[in-house]
Design a protein around this ligand. Sequence first.
Ligand code: CUA
Length: 315
Amino acid sequence: MNSEATFFMPPAISTYAGDVDQAYYWIYYLSVFLFVAMVGAMFYFVIKYRRKNSLEIPSGPQHSTVLELTWTILPFFLVMAIFLLGFKGYLKMAIAPSNATEIHVTGRQWSWLFTYGNGVESTDQVLHVPKDHPIKMIMTSEDVIHSFYVPAFRIKHDLIPGQYSSLWFEAKEVGKFDLFCAEYCGTSHSNMLGKIEVMEPKAFETWLEHEHEEQNKAVAPEVLGQRLYTKFACVTCHTTDGSPRVGPSFKGAYGRTEKFTDGTSGVVNDNYIRESILQPQAKIVAGFQPVMPTFQGQLKDSDITALIAFIKSVK
Ligand code: CUA
């Protein structure tokens, strides 16, 4: 099957992408055919049966059983064909093969977290998967509804707080593919971007083992802090290069005196950072909106300490 991108579609990377495309093209070309046939017939009749002189009196329409049966039965088969094509593809997508590897996917404002069977957690918004092997994703959200959307895989599925949904796919080609959040989930929804990296099975095993080792190593707080910074995608709103985004940049933030929206001011110190992570609305730096979600319950005290060390290190 052709995995190249076409005018209408991105490359078809998952095993069932072909079925989705088949249904799409079937409906598309059927629509084109019907449009041309109907508009063509309309023009033909308009010209053929136009009033040729002002005295002409047309005869009224007559009943035709054949015609009525045709326009009832033919569309019935056409829409049944569309239904069957869609249903066939849906069944394929709904039932994961029994040898599928499970990966947990968590959506939150505004980042993706992928948790692998050996406890490894993604730290960079990239879902690594092996090629030619079914992956079953168990998905949930920590706050609002997000939607896992990978155009190249032809998959899109909601992540719903307080409930698990699942989805599977098998990638046929190595490469990096875009992952979008397709459900408006707040201020930084459009920045809730990720990638799926499809790897050769051997390379994937090596990567997973390497991550396992790395993540279980004791590291300096600021290194752990940097990991958490990308893991929770703080980077979506807070840069480290001084440019403000949705929130203030971390560059040189530590130790600075900030003016707050309530007119008071204060120094950015350990306690201020801690408060801002757990109760983001308490003191908003002037010029910014109170849109940051709380990370209460998502970060341990040691994580917050690490993040403070990281922010301190961004000069
Ligand atoms: Cu998450 Cu939009």
